[in-house]
Design a protein around this ligand. Sequence first.
Ligand code: NAD
Length: 479
Amino acid sequence: MHQHDTYINGVWAPATGVLKTPVIDSFTEETFATYQTSSAADVDAAVRCARGALAAWSQTPLAERIAAVRRVATALHEQADALGRVISREVGMPVKLASRIQVAAPIAAWDRYASLAADLHWEERVGNSLVQQVSVGVVACITPWNYPLHQITSKVAPALLAGCTVILKPSEMAPSSAFMLAKAIEQAGLPPGVFNLVHGTGSDVGEVLVRHPQVDMISFTGSTQAGRRIAALAGEEVKRVALELGGKSAALVLPGADLAAAVKATLGSCFLNSGQTCSATTRLLIPRDCAEAVAALALELVGGYRMGDPSDAATRLGPLISRAQQKKVLALIDAAVAGGARRLTGESVPLPASGFFVAPTVLDGVTPAMSIASDEVFGPVLVVMTYDGIEEGIALANGTDYGLAATVWGATPQAALAVARQLRSGQVDVNGAPFNPVAPFGGFGKSGIGRENGRYGIEEFLEPVSIQLPPSYFETAQV
Ligand code: NAD
Protein backbone atom coordinates (compact mmCIF):
# COMPACT_ATOMS: atom_id res chain seq x y z
CA MET A 1 0.00 0.00 0.00
CA HIS A 2 1.33 3.47 -0.89
CA GLN A 3 0.97 5.30 2.38
CA HIS A 4 2.12 8.93 2.54
CA ASP A 5 1.85 9.26 -1.23
CA THR A 6 -0.12 10.93 -3.95
CA TYR A 7 -0.72 9.39 -7.38
CA ILE A 8 -0.46 12.20 -9.92
CA ASN A 9 0.19 11.87 -13.66
CA GLY A 10 0.81 8.14 -13.31
CA VAL A 11 3.55 8.63 -10.69
CA TRP A 12 3.57 7.91 -6.96
CA ALA A 13 5.14 10.85 -5.12
CA PRO A 14 5.30 12.05 -1.53
CA ALA A 15 2.37 14.23 -0.52
CA THR A 16 3.64 17.66 0.48
CA GLY A 17 0.91 18.76 2.90
CA VAL A 18 1.76 19.41 6.54
CA LEU A 19 -0.98 17.28 8.15
CA LYS A 20 -1.07 13.55 8.72
CA THR A 21 -4.40 11.73 9.07
CA PRO A 22 -4.55 8.59 11.19
CA VAL A 23 -6.79 5.71 10.15
CA ILE A 24 -8.32 4.06 13.20
CA ASP A 25 -9.40 0.44 13.49
CA SER A 26 -13.00 0.89 14.62
CA PHE A 27 -12.90 -2.29 16.74
CA THR A 28 -9.45 -2.16 18.41
CA GLU A 29 -9.50 1.67 18.45
CA GLU A 30 -5.83 1.61 17.41
CA THR A 31 -4.25 3.60 14.59
CA PHE A 32 -3.32 1.13 11.86
CA ALA A 33 -2.25 3.51 9.10
CA THR A 34 -1.27 7.16 8.77
CA TYR A 35 -1.45 9.12 5.55
CA GLN A 36 0.29 12.37 4.73
CA THR A 37 -2.15 14.91 3.33
CA SER A 38 -1.79 16.65 -0.01
CA SER A 39 -0.92 20.32 -0.20
CA ALA A 40 -2.67 22.93 -2.38
CA ALA A 41 0.29 22.55 -4.75
CA ASP A 42 -0.33 18.79 -4.99
CA VAL A 43 -3.99 19.45 -5.79
CA ASP A 44 -3.03 22.01 -8.41
CA ALA A 45 -0.57 19.57 -10.01
CA ALA A 46 -3.22 16.81 -10.05
CA VAL A 47 -5.81 19.08 -11.69
CA ARG A 48 -3.35 20.38 -14.28
CA CYS A 49 -2.31 16.84 -15.20
CA ALA A 50 -5.96 15.80 -15.48
CA ARG A 51 -6.56 18.81 -17.75
CA GLY A 52 -3.51 17.92 -19.82
CA ALA A 53 -4.70 14.34 -20.32
CA LEU A 54 -8.30 15.29 -21.18
CA ALA A 55 -8.07 15.91 -24.93
CA ALA A 56 -6.41 12.58 -25.68
CA TRP A 57 -8.53 10.50 -23.25
CA SER A 58 -11.85 11.96 -24.37
CA GLN A 59 -10.89 11.18 -27.99
CA THR A 60 -9.64 7.67 -27.18
CA PRO A 61 -11.91 5.15 -28.95
CA LEU A 62 -14.66 3.92 -26.64
CA ALA A 63 -13.53 0.30 -27.07
CA GLU A 64 -10.13 1.23 -25.58
CA ARG A 65 -11.69 3.05 -22.64
CA ILE A 66 -13.91 0.03 -22.01
CA ALA A 67 -10.94 -2.33 -22.16
CA ALA A 68 -9.01 -0.13 -19.69
CA VAL A 69 -11.93 -0.17 -17.23
CA ARG A 70 -12.18 -3.95 -17.49
CA ARG A 71 -8.45 -4.23 -16.72
CA VAL A 72 -9.03 -2.15 -13.57
CA ALA A 73 -11.74 -4.64 -12.50
CA THR A 74 -9.29 -7.51 -12.99
CA ALA A 75 -6.55 -5.76 -11.03
CA LEU A 76 -8.98 -4.97 -8.20
CA HIS A 77 -10.10 -8.58 -8.13
CA GLU A 78 -6.54 -9.64 -7.32
CA GLN A 79 -6.68 -7.47 -4.18
CA ALA A 80 -10.20 -8.50 -3.14
CA ASP A 81 -9.33 -10.26 0.13
CA ALA A 82 -7.08 -7.45 1.32
CA LEU A 83 -9.72 -4.88 0.37
CA GLY A 84 -12.36 -6.70 2.43
CA ARG A 85 -10.13 -6.82 5.50
CA VAL A 86 -9.02 -3.18 5.35
CA ILE A 87 -12.51 -1.77 4.73
CA SER A 88 -13.87 -3.88 7.57
CA ARG A 89 -11.23 -2.48 9.93
CA GLU A 90 -11.85 1.10 8.84
CA VAL A 91 -15.65 1.14 8.70
CA GLY A 92 -16.52 -1.61 11.20
CA MET A 93 -18.70 -3.73 8.91
CA PRO A 94 -18.29 -7.47 9.62
CA VAL A 95 -15.69 -8.77 7.17
CA LYS A 96 -18.02 -11.46 5.80
CA LEU A 97 -20.50 -8.78 4.73
CA ALA A 98 -17.83 -6.27 3.73
CA SER A 99 -16.22 -8.75 1.33
CA ARG A 100 -19.52 -9.17 -0.46
CA ILE A 101 -21.09 -5.70 -0.26
CA GLN A 102 -18.07 -3.42 -0.02
CA VAL A 103 -15.73 -5.32 -2.36
CA ALA A 104 -17.27 -7.95 -4.66
CA ALA A 105 -20.20 -5.66 -5.58
CA PRO A 106 -18.06 -2.64 -6.56
CA ILE A 107 -15.61 -4.81 -8.52
CA ALA A 108 -18.56 -6.25 -10.44
CA ALA A 109 -19.75 -2.68 -11.01
CA TRP A 110 -16.51 -1.77 -12.85
CA ASP A 111 -17.31 -4.52 -15.36
CA ARG A 112 -21.00 -3.66 -15.48
CA TYR A 113 -20.33 0.02 -16.29
CA ALA A 114 -18.02 -1.13 -19.10
CA SER A 115 -20.84 -3.21 -20.63
CA LEU A 116 -23.34 -0.38 -20.25
CA ALA A 117 -21.02 2.09 -21.96
CA ALA A 118 -20.87 -0.16 -25.00
CA ASP A 119 -24.68 0.03 -25.33
CA LEU A 120 -25.10 3.76 -24.72
CA HIS A 121 -26.44 6.06 -27.47
CA TRP A 122 -23.38 8.26 -27.93
CA GLU A 123 -24.79 9.96 -31.02
CA GLU A 124 -28.26 10.38 -32.52
CA ARG A 125 -30.02 12.38 -35.19
CA VAL A 126 -32.63 14.91 -34.04
CA GLY A 127 -34.11 16.60 -37.12
CA ASN A 128 -31.22 18.27 -38.90
CA SER A 129 -28.95 17.94 -35.89
CA LEU A 130 -26.40 15.40 -34.87
CA VAL A 131 -26.57 15.22 -31.08
CA GLN A 132 -23.36 13.87 -29.60
CA GLN A 133 -22.73 12.95 -25.97
CA VAL A 134 -19.32 14.27 -25.01
CA SER A 135 -17.23 14.18 -21.86
CA VAL A 136 -18.03 16.93 -19.34
CA GLY A 137 -14.26 17.39 -18.80
CA VAL A 138 -12.13 17.30 -15.66
CA VAL A 139 -14.07 15.81 -12.75
CA ALA A 140 -13.30 16.04 -9.04
CA CYS A 141 -14.71 13.03 -7.19
CA ILE A 142 -15.14 13.52 -3.43
CA THR A 143 -16.33 10.51 -1.46
CA PRO A 144 -17.38 9.51 2.08
CA TRP A 145 -16.27 6.70 4.40
CA ASN A 146 -19.29 4.43 4.80
CA TYR A 147 -19.00 2.34 1.60
CA PRO A 148 -15.66 3.73 0.42
CA LEU A 149 -14.88 1.59 -2.64
CA HIS A 150 -18.52 1.47 -3.74
CA GLN A 151 -18.90 5.24 -3.72
CA ILE A 152 -15.56 5.75 -5.49
CA THR A 153 -16.57 3.20 -8.12
CA SER A 154 -19.95 4.88 -8.73
CA LYS A 155 -18.07 8.00 -9.82
CA VAL A 156 -14.67 7.03 -11.18
CA ALA A 157 -15.70 4.10 -13.44
CA PRO A 158 -18.51 5.95 -15.29
CA ALA A 159 -16.50 9.19 -15.48
CA LEU A 160 -13.57 7.39 -17.13
CA LEU A 161 -15.93 5.64 -19.57
CA ALA A 162 -17.53 9.00 -20.40
CA GLY A 163 -14.08 10.24 -21.43
CA CYS A 164 -13.53 12.45 -18.38
CA THR A 165 -10.27 12.68 -16.49
CA VAL A 166 -10.49 12.40 -12.74
CA ILE A 167 -9.05 13.66 -9.48
CA LEU A 168 -10.25 11.54 -6.55
CA LYS A 169 -10.27 12.77 -2.97
CA PRO A 170 -11.52 9.94 -0.76
CA SER A 171 -12.64 10.30 2.84
CA GLU A 172 -9.72 10.95 5.15
CA MET A 173 -11.31 8.48 7.59
CA ALA A 174 -11.35 5.48 5.25
CA PRO A 175 -8.90 6.14 2.41
CA SER A 176 -7.11 2.78 2.11
CA SER A 177 -9.26 1.32 -0.67
CA ALA A 178 -8.69 4.48 -2.75
CA PHE A 179 -4.93 3.91 -2.56
CA MET A 180 -5.46 0.28 -3.55
CA LEU A 181 -7.64 1.38 -6.45
CA ALA A 182 -4.89 3.75 -7.63
CA LYS A 183 -2.54 0.77 -7.58
CA ALA A 184 -5.04 -1.22 -9.70
CA ILE A 185 -5.33 1.69 -12.14
CA GLU A 186 -1.55 1.87 -12.41
CA GLN A 187 -1.46 -1.88 -13.04
CA ALA A 188 -4.19 -1.52 -15.68
CA GLY A 189 -1.96 0.92 -17.57
CA LEU A 190 -4.26 3.92 -17.86
CA PRO A 191 -2.48 6.86 -19.52
CA PRO A 192 -0.77 9.32 -17.13
CA GLY A 193 -3.05 12.05 -15.81
CA VAL A 194 -6.32 10.25 -16.58
CA PHE A 195 -6.76 9.27 -12.92
CA ASN A 196 -5.15 11.16 -10.05
CA LEU A 197 -5.42 10.68 -6.29
CA VAL A 198 -5.01 13.34 -3.60
CA HIS A 199 -5.64 12.92 0.09
CA GLY A 200 -6.76 15.08 3.01
CA THR A 201 -9.64 16.63 4.85
CA GLY A 202 -12.61 18.33 3.24
CA SER A 203 -11.97 21.79 4.61
CA ASP A 204 -8.45 22.06 3.18
CA VAL A 205 -7.83 19.62 0.32
CA GLY A 206 -11.51 19.15 -0.67
CA GLU A 207 -12.26 22.84 -0.96
CA VAL A 208 -9.06 23.57 -2.93
CA LEU A 209 -10.20 20.96 -5.41
CA VAL A 210 -13.75 22.30 -5.61
CA ARG A 211 -12.55 25.86 -6.17
CA HIS A 212 -9.90 25.00 -8.74
CA PRO A 213 -10.73 26.85 -12.00
CA GLN A 214 -9.61 23.91 -14.15
CA VAL A 215 -12.18 21.54 -12.59
CA ASP A 216 -15.35 21.31 -14.72
CA MET A 217 -17.53 19.18 -12.46
CA ILE A 218 -17.69 18.02 -8.87
CA SER A 219 -19.25 14.67 -8.14
CA PHE A 220 -19.80 14.50 -4.40
CA THR A 221 -21.20 11.92 -2.02
CA GLY A 222 -21.44 12.79 1.66
CA SER A 223 -23.38 14.81 4.18
CA THR A 224 -26.01 17.36 3.23
CA GLN A 225 -24.04 19.96 5.18
CA ALA A 226 -20.88 19.49 3.06
CA GLY A 227 -22.96 19.14 -0.11
CA ARG A 228 -24.55 22.53 0.51
CA ARG A 229 -21.11 24.14 0.92
CA ILE A 230 -19.74 22.45 -2.21
CA ALA A 231 -22.77 23.45 -4.27
CA ALA A 232 -22.34 27.07 -3.13
CA LEU A 233 -18.64 27.12 -4.07
CA ALA A 234 -19.31 25.42 -7.40
CA GLY A 235 -22.13 27.88 -8.09
CA GLU A 236 -19.73 30.80 -7.98
CA GLU A 237 -17.92 29.37 -11.00
CA VAL A 238 -21.04 27.82 -12.59
CA LYS A 239 -19.53 24.35 -12.32
CA ARG A 240 -21.67 21.29 -12.72
CA VAL A 241 -22.35 19.39 -9.48
CA ALA A 242 -23.76 15.96 -8.75
CA LEU A 243 -24.68 15.51 -5.10
CA GLU A 244 -25.51 12.24 -3.33
CA LEU A 245 -26.40 13.33 0.21
CA GLY A 246 -28.16 12.15 3.34
CA GLY A 247 -31.45 10.43 3.94
CA LYS A 248 -34.13 9.49 6.46
CA SER A 249 -35.85 6.82 4.48
CA ALA A 250 -39.26 5.41 5.34
CA ALA A 251 -40.59 1.85 5.38
CA LEU A 252 -44.33 2.38 4.96
CA VAL A 253 -46.39 -0.65 6.01
CA LEU A 254 -49.93 -0.67 4.65
CA PRO A 255 -52.87 -2.46 6.27
CA GLY A 256 -52.88 -6.15 5.34
CA ALA A 257 -49.13 -6.32 4.60
CA ASP A 258 -46.94 -9.16 5.85
CA LEU A 259 -45.91 -7.50 9.11
CA ALA A 260 -43.21 -10.02 10.05
CA ALA A 261 -41.50 -9.70 6.65
CA ALA A 262 -41.72 -5.90 6.77
CA VAL A 263 -40.22 -5.60 10.27
CA LYS A 264 -37.45 -8.10 9.51
CA ALA A 265 -36.41 -6.37 6.27
CA THR A 266 -36.63 -2.89 7.79
CA LEU A 267 -34.37 -3.86 10.69
CA GLY A 268 -31.99 -5.49 8.20
CA SER A 269 -31.76 -2.29 6.17
CA CYS A 270 -31.58 -0.01 9.21
CA PHE A 271 -28.83 -1.99 10.98
CA LEU A 272 -26.75 -2.82 7.89
CA ASN A 273 -23.24 -1.41 8.36
CA SER A 274 -24.37 -0.41 11.88
CA GLY A 275 -26.81 2.09 10.40
CA GLN A 276 -24.12 3.88 8.41
CA THR A 277 -25.97 3.58 5.12
CA CYS A 278 -27.42 6.62 3.35
CA SER A 279 -30.44 4.70 2.03
CA ALA A 280 -31.17 2.78 5.25
CA THR A 281 -34.87 2.61 6.11
CA THR A 282 -34.71 4.31 9.50
CA ARG A 283 -38.40 5.16 9.95
CA LEU A 284 -40.94 2.35 10.24
CA LEU A 285 -44.42 3.75 9.61
CA ILE A 286 -47.23 1.41 10.67
CA PRO A 287 -51.02 1.48 11.08
CA ARG A 288 -51.81 2.39 14.70
CA ASP A 289 -53.42 -0.98 15.44
CA CYS A 290 -50.16 -2.80 14.54
CA ALA A 291 -48.06 -1.08 17.24
CA GLU A 292 -48.08 -3.93 19.75
CA ALA A 293 -47.38 -6.62 17.17
CA VAL A 294 -44.51 -4.60 15.70
CA ALA A 295 -42.99 -4.01 19.13
CA ALA A 296 -43.06 -7.76 19.85
CA LEU A 297 -41.51 -8.61 16.49
CA ALA A 298 -38.79 -5.98 16.86
CA LEU A 299 -37.88 -7.18 20.36
CA GLU A 300 -37.50 -10.72 19.14
CA LEU A 301 -35.52 -9.90 15.99
CA VAL A 302 -33.10 -7.39 17.53
CA GLY A 303 -31.76 -10.19 19.75
CA GLY A 304 -30.26 -11.76 16.60
CA TYR A 305 -27.96 -8.78 15.95
CA ARG A 306 -24.88 -10.10 17.66
CA MET A 307 -22.26 -7.40 18.27
CA GLY A 308 -18.55 -8.20 18.24
CA ASP A 309 -15.25 -8.30 16.41
CA PRO A 310 -15.90 -7.55 12.70
CA SER A 311 -13.31 -10.19 11.73
CA ASP A 312 -15.40 -12.87 13.50
CA ALA A 313 -17.76 -14.67 11.10
CA ALA A 314 -20.45 -14.82 13.81
CA THR A 315 -20.63 -11.02 14.20
CA ARG A 316 -23.66 -9.37 12.67
CA LEU A 317 -23.28 -5.81 13.98
CA GLY A 318 -19.89 -4.12 14.10
CA PRO A 319 -18.83 -0.83 15.69
CA LEU A 320 -19.38 2.63 14.21
CA ILE A 321 -16.51 4.31 12.39
CA SER A 322 -15.31 6.61 15.17
CA ARG A 323 -15.67 7.74 18.75
CA ALA A 324 -17.18 11.01 17.49
CA GLN A 325 -19.87 9.16 15.51
CA GLN A 326 -20.63 6.94 18.51
CA LYS A 327 -21.04 9.97 20.79
CA LYS A 328 -23.25 11.74 18.26
CA VAL A 329 -25.56 8.74 17.88
CA LEU A 330 -25.83 8.17 21.66
CA ALA A 331 -26.64 11.85 22.18
CA LEU A 332 -29.41 11.70 19.57
CA ILE A 333 -30.91 8.62 21.27
CA ASP A 334 -30.79 10.33 24.68
CA ALA A 335 -32.41 13.46 23.29
CA ALA A 336 -35.18 11.40 21.68
CA VAL A 337 -35.89 9.57 24.95
CA ALA A 338 -35.85 12.87 26.86
CA GLY A 339 -38.33 14.20 24.29
CA GLY A 340 -40.83 11.39 24.90
CA ALA A 341 -39.74 8.46 22.68
CA ARG A 342 -39.81 5.00 24.26
CA ARG A 343 -36.61 2.94 24.04
CA LEU A 344 -37.86 -0.50 23.07
CA THR A 345 -34.40 -2.06 22.67
CA GLY A 346 -30.80 -1.00 23.18
CA GLU A 347 -30.83 0.02 26.84
CA SER A 348 -28.31 -1.53 29.27
CA VAL A 349 -27.09 -3.98 26.62
CA PRO A 350 -23.54 -5.20 27.35
CA LEU A 351 -21.14 -3.91 24.69
CA PRO A 352 -17.83 -5.45 23.55
CA ALA A 353 -14.87 -4.22 25.61
CA SER A 354 -13.39 -2.20 22.74
CA GLY A 355 -14.81 -0.57 19.62
CA PHE A 356 -17.18 2.31 18.95
CA PHE A 357 -20.37 0.30 19.48
CA VAL A 358 -23.96 1.43 19.76
CA ALA A 359 -26.45 -1.31 20.63
CA PRO A 360 -29.20 -1.89 18.03
CA THR A 361 -31.90 0.51 19.13
CA VAL A 362 -35.61 0.69 18.34
CA LEU A 363 -37.54 3.74 19.52
CA ASP A 364 -41.31 3.77 19.38
CA GLY A 365 -43.87 6.38 20.31
CA VAL A 366 -42.02 8.79 18.02
CA THR A 367 -44.05 11.71 16.70
CA PRO A 368 -43.33 13.99 13.69
CA ALA A 369 -42.47 16.91 15.98
CA MET A 370 -39.48 15.09 17.49
CA SER A 371 -36.18 15.78 15.76
CA ILE A 372 -35.33 12.04 15.75
CA ALA A 373 -38.26 11.67 13.32
CA SER A 374 -36.55 13.77 10.66
CA ASP A 375 -32.79 14.01 11.43
CA GLU A 376 -30.35 11.54 9.89
CA VAL A 377 -28.73 9.55 12.73
CA PHE A 378 -26.22 7.36 10.84
CA GLY A 379 -26.23 4.70 13.54
CA PRO A 380 -28.28 1.55 14.31
CA VAL A 381 -31.43 3.41 15.35
CA LEU A 382 -34.91 2.66 14.04
CA VAL A 383 -37.84 4.93 14.87
CA VAL A 384 -41.38 3.52 14.80
CA MET A 385 -44.26 5.89 14.08
CA THR A 386 -47.96 5.13 13.77
CA TYR A 387 -50.53 6.59 11.38
CA ASP A 388 -54.29 6.62 10.95
CA GLY A 389 -55.33 6.20 7.32
CA ILE A 390 -53.14 5.75 4.24
CA GLU A 391 -53.12 9.47 3.42
CA GLU A 392 -51.48 10.20 6.76
CA GLY A 393 -48.98 7.37 6.17
CA ILE A 394 -48.01 8.85 2.80
CA ALA A 395 -47.71 12.32 4.32
CA LEU A 396 -45.41 10.94 7.03
CA ALA A 397 -43.28 9.10 4.46
CA ASN A 398 -42.89 12.32 2.46
CA GLY A 399 -42.59 14.44 5.58
CA THR A 400 -38.84 15.03 5.82
CA ASP A 401 -36.47 17.29 3.89
CA TYR A 402 -34.88 14.19 2.34
CA GLY A 403 -36.06 11.83 -0.41
CA LEU A 404 -33.46 9.17 -1.08
CA ALA A 405 -35.12 5.78 -0.58
CA ALA A 406 -38.34 4.20 0.69
CA THR A 407 -40.01 0.85 0.92
CA VAL A 408 -43.72 0.14 0.74
CA TRP A 409 -45.26 -3.06 2.08
CA GLY A 410 -48.79 -3.87 0.95
CA ALA A 411 -51.17 -6.84 0.89
CA THR A 412 -50.35 -7.13 -2.84
CA PRO A 413 -47.63 -5.58 -5.02
CA GLN A 414 -50.40 -3.70 -6.85
CA ALA A 415 -51.69 -2.10 -3.63
CA ALA A 416 -48.16 -1.13 -2.62
CA LEU A 417 -47.32 0.21 -6.09
CA ALA A 418 -50.29 2.58 -6.00
CA VAL A 419 -48.77 4.13 -2.87
CA ALA A 420 -45.16 3.88 -4.12
CA ARG A 421 -46.14 6.16 -7.02
CA GLN A 422 -47.02 8.89 -4.51
CA LEU A 423 -43.65 8.95 -2.71
CA ARG A 424 -41.07 11.64 -3.45
CA SER A 425 -38.08 9.39 -3.22
CA GLY A 426 -35.45 8.41 -5.78
CA GLN A 427 -35.74 4.71 -4.98
CA VAL A 428 -38.87 2.87 -3.82
CA ASP A 429 -38.85 -0.88 -3.12
CA VAL A 430 -42.13 -2.78 -3.04
CA ASN A 431 -42.70 -5.82 -0.79
CA GLY A 432 -39.01 -6.62 -0.32
CA ALA A 433 -38.03 -6.47 -4.00
CA PRO A 434 -34.24 -6.71 -4.43
CA PHE A 435 -31.84 -3.83 -5.09
CA ASN A 436 -31.28 -3.22 -8.79
CA PRO A 437 -27.75 -1.96 -9.54
CA VAL A 438 -28.63 -0.62 -13.00
CA ALA A 439 -31.64 1.42 -11.83
CA PRO A 440 -30.98 5.12 -11.17
CA PHE A 441 -29.99 5.97 -7.59
CA GLY A 442 -30.24 9.47 -6.10
CA GLY A 443 -32.49 11.77 -4.22
CA PHE A 444 -35.16 14.44 -4.05
CA GLY A 445 -34.80 17.52 -1.84
CA LYS A 446 -31.84 17.55 0.53
CA SER A 447 -30.84 14.04 -0.54
CA GLY A 448 -29.14 15.58 -3.54
CA ILE A 449 -29.00 16.40 -7.22
CA GLY A 450 -28.46 13.87 -9.99
CA ARG A 451 -28.42 10.10 -10.31
CA GLU A 452 -25.79 7.36 -10.13
CA ASN A 453 -25.81 3.70 -11.22
CA GLY A 454 -26.62 2.11 -14.55
CA ARG A 455 -26.54 4.15 -17.74
CA TYR A 456 -27.83 7.13 -15.76
CA GLY A 457 -24.54 7.11 -13.87
CA ILE A 458 -22.55 7.41 -17.11
CA GLU A 459 -24.88 10.09 -18.51
CA GLU A 460 -24.14 12.17 -15.40
CA PHE A 461 -20.66 12.81 -16.84
CA LEU A 462 -21.79 13.66 -20.39
CA GLU A 463 -22.83 16.91 -22.06
CA PRO A 464 -24.98 16.87 -25.21
CA VAL A 465 -23.55 18.82 -28.16
CA SER A 466 -25.90 19.62 -31.06
CA ILE A 467 -24.32 19.96 -34.48
CA GLN A 468 -26.71 21.31 -37.12
CA LEU A 469 -26.10 20.05 -40.64
CA PRO A 470 -27.53 20.89 -44.07
CA PRO A 471 -30.07 18.38 -45.48
CA SER A 472 -27.51 17.24 -48.06
CA TYR A 473 -25.46 15.67 -45.23
CA PHE A 474 -28.28 13.33 -44.21
CA GLU A 475 -28.92 12.27 -47.81
CA THR A 476 -25.53 10.55 -47.86
CA ALA A 477 -24.67 9.78 -44.21
CA GLN A 478 -25.91 6.72 -42.27
CA VAL A 479 -27.15 8.30 -39.05
P1 NAD B 1 -18.87 14.26 4.87
O1 NAD B 1 -19.77 15.20 4.15
O2 NAD B 1 -18.34 14.65 6.19
O3 NAD B 1 -17.58 13.94 3.97
C1 NAD B 1 -17.68 13.38 2.68
C2 NAD B 1 -16.46 13.77 1.87
O4 NAD B 1 -16.49 15.18 1.63
C3 NAD B 1 -15.13 13.50 2.57
O5 NAD B 1 -14.18 13.11 1.60
C4 NAD B 1 -14.78 14.87 3.16
O6 NAD B 1 -13.39 15.04 3.36
C5 NAD B 1 -15.30 15.79 2.07
N1 NAD B 1 -15.67 17.14 2.49
C6 NAD B 1 -16.25 17.52 3.66
N2 NAD B 1 -16.44 18.86 3.65
C7 NAD B 1 -16.00 19.32 2.46
C8 NAD B 1 -15.92 20.62 1.86
N3 NAD B 1 -16.35 21.71 2.50
N4 NAD B 1 -15.39 20.73 0.63
C9 NAD B 1 -14.96 19.63 -0.05
N5 NAD B 1 -14.98 18.38 0.48
C10 NAD B 1 -15.52 18.22 1.71
O7 NAD B 1 -19.65 12.87 4.93
P2 NAD B 1 -19.22 11.53 5.65
O8 NAD B 1 -19.36 11.73 7.11
O9 NAD B 1 -17.93 11.07 5.10
O10 NAD B 1 -20.36 10.52 5.11
C11 NAD B 1 -21.59 10.37 5.72
C12 NAD B 1 -22.66 11.14 4.96
O11 NAD B 1 -22.65 10.74 3.58
C13 NAD B 1 -24.05 10.83 5.45
O12 NAD B 1 -24.78 12.02 5.56
C14 NAD B 1 -24.64 9.95 4.35
O13 NAD B 1 -26.04 9.98 4.26
C15 NAD B 1 -24.00 10.49 3.15
N6 NAD B 1 -23.99 9.49 2.08
C16 NAD B 1 -24.83 9.64 1.00
C17 NAD B 1 -24.88 8.68 0.01
C18 NAD B 1 -25.78 8.78 -1.19
O14 NAD B 1 -25.57 8.04 -2.14
N7 NAD B 1 -26.77 9.65 -1.19
C19 NAD B 1 -24.05 7.57 0.11
C20 NAD B 1 -23.23 7.45 1.21
C21 NAD B 1 -23.19 8.43 2.19
